[in-house]
Design a protein around this ligand. Structure first.
Ligand code: BGC
Length: 555
């Protein structure tokens, strides 16, 4: 069975913002299908679709009301089948998002739980508890929502306030109780539903959150949350192990993934996979999700979280490779997604400050040229590492974050639950520019767009970059082609210590020499090597300047 997941490049489609076919300003599945040829030509192997399921869209679709249907705003099940058919025709695998930690409060099972009342089997599928204090008016424990405020909301029934229910995210996202056999059986059935449609696997949302510590005890430490979502992180402090929290990375999650793995393995043909979104430290704990009978991939978020600093980057790469080796897993690299500031902007900020969770017009603005130069170099590093890699839609255009969205258009529940203290993630979710001169840059036939696009995005549009030498899109196409030709994803990293480690990271992989210069002094590629790709201009005498990466091979 081919281990394709060990080296594939997977492109994240965020359906709401990829391509809109019907003109309502929200992307949809037919829109995505119409652009799959572009992704084949880009050179990726697979796509991951963020949620397109029936949803009130309280958290952009990560609040699922029906796990087996498509939200009418995004299409129909028939549209999904067409997307699958087209992807298969083009040789692209399709991975879908699975959201097992919570559903929508509009899910029929949650509605049934509200109606059935305390002590009912319907409520036992979620975490309903009586409150503390006088008349139960205080939440059952001190847990905080990742999006701000308490992780509990009190139900108000016909006779007034009664029990509370747990939601680690928005109050419209009640957490499932994974000790309940009906919940377990339901998700196995959901897995089969999409596997039967031919999907190549699942990106598992909040994979480290499903199991809560028995008795739901108070949290005794600092409650920091998902990277990219909560501001409560002190980046200078040594992080506590994630499982010191009573709701993250509890050992019981592994049993769930073992049972899912058995379901996936029961399907014939190419291996179907599970990819963990697990913000877990230390990395050795993350490796546990990748034991041979569990998941296949887990995002290497410490690479994404590294500042633009040679030592930090090398440490993160080494840490991931070293931690995953004992379980026989390969690394899964990523620089951008729908939860973090786009790397073309993130790397254009002051690297001595903590990474922000969204940027407003009042915040320090990224240096666009600097950010893009570094982002191109960072991508060259990522795509030359052994392992799989995920790309986030628009990064191949060098797309920056929208840093001036007005408060009234922001939709991220984190923004609203914190009264704006948390900027939130809307800035990386703005609809893509396809055509420089079309209304809405060709995202939608009407020019409509659910989040406003910056006026100056014409230069980033696909048609402004295709076949333009030196454009970021052409750089990605070249890198993906070379990565395939040299099988870099399946290679082995061998550090080249000939350079100053405080300035340069350099390694050999599958016969390709990779050099990223983060220092002021220009450096040279090894003698006898010829450059096959570079992220920016070399100096007049062929040296690699600051914030530039090159791939080279022996003559
Ligand atoms: C997803 C987020 C989402 C959260 C709750 C995450 O990790 O990537 O976009 O808000 O889970 O589902």
């Amino acid at each position: 069975m081919s281990a394709w997941w060990r080296e594939d490049v997977i492109y994240q489609i965020y359906p709401r913002s990829f391509a809109d076919s019907d003109g309502d300003g929200m992307g949809d599945l037919p829109g995505a299908t119409s652009r799959l040829g572009y992704l084949r030509d880009l050179g990726v192997d697979a796509v991951w679709l963020s949620p397109f399921y029936t949803s009130p869209q309280a958290d952009a679709g990560y609040d699922v009301a029906d796990y087996r249907d498509v939200d009418p705003r995004l299409g129909t099940l028939a549209d999904f089948d067409q997307l699958m058919a087209r992807a298969t025709e083009l040789g692209l695998r399709v991975i879908v998002d699975l959201v097992p930690n919570h559903c929508s409060d509009e899910h029929p099972w949650f509605q049934a739980a509200l109606a059935a009342g305390p002590g009912s089997p319907e409520r036992a599928r979620f975490h309903f508890r009586d409150g503390r204090g006088h008349n139960g008016s205080l939440p059952p424990n001190n847990w905080m929502s990742v999006f701000g405020g308490p992780a509990w909301t009190r139900v108000v029934g016909p006779d007034g306030p009664e029990q509370w229910y747990l939601h680690l995210f928005d109050s419209k996202q009640p957490d499932w109780d994974w000790t309940n056999p009906q919940v377990q059986a339901e998700f196995e059935s959901v897995l089969r539903f999409w596997l039967d449609k031919g999907v190549a696997g699942f990106r598992v949302d909040v994979a480290h959150g499903l199991v809560k510590k028995a008795g739901l005890p108070d949290h005794t430490g600092e409650q920091h949350a998902l990277a990219g979502v909560s501001a409560e992180r002190d980046e200078t402090a040594e992080p506590l192990p994630t499982n010191s929290s009573p709701y993250w990375d509890q050992d019981g999650v592994h049993e769930i993934y073992r049972s899912w793995r058995a379901v996936l393995d029961s399907y014939a043909g190419p291996q179907r996979i599970l990819c963990a979104e697990a913000w877990v430290t230390p990395t050795e704990r993350m490796a546990r999700y990748l034991r041979p009978d569990e998941m296949h991939q887990a995002f290497a978020f410490d690479f994404l979280e590294s500042h633009w600093d040679a030592t930090q980057l090398r440490d993160a790469i080494t840490r991931d490779i070293t931690a995953l080796a004992p379980v026989g897993a390969s690394c899964t690299w990523v620089l951008s997604n729908h939860d973090v500031v786009r790397h073309a902007s993130r790397l254009g900020l002051d690297q001595t400050l903590p990474r922000p969770h969204g940027i407003t017009a009042e915040d320090p603005q990224p240096d666009r040229a600097l950010g893009l130069r570094r982002a191109r170099a960072a991508t060259m590093a990522m795509l030359a590492l052994p392992g799989a890699a995920y790309l986030y839609q628009g990064e191949e255009l060098g797309l920056p974050e929208h840093t001036a969205l007005p408060a009234e258009v922001r939709q991220d529940p984190a923004f609203h639950r914190t009264g704006g203290l948390e900027t939130g993630r809307d800035g990386c979710r703005v609809p893509l520019p396809w055509e420089a001169d079309a209304p809405g840059f060709g995202f939608s036939p009407t020019g409509a767009s659910w989040l406003p696009q910056p006026k100056d995005w014409a230069e980033y549009a696909v048609d402004a970059q295709l076949a333009v030498p030196g454009s970021t899109l052409e750089l990605y196409r070249l890198l993906l082609a070379l990565r395939h030709a040299h099988r870099l994803g399946g290679g082995t990293l061998d550090w080249d210590d000939a350079y100053d480690p405080a300035q340069v990271i350099a390694w050999q992989n599958a016969g390709v020499h990779v050099l990223v210069n983060l220092g002021a002094a220009p450096v040279t590629v090894p003698v006898g090597y010829r450059v096959i790709a570079c992220s920016g201009q070399l100096t007049a005498d062929g040296q690699v300047p600051l914030d530039t990466a090159v791939w080279s091979i022996a003559h």
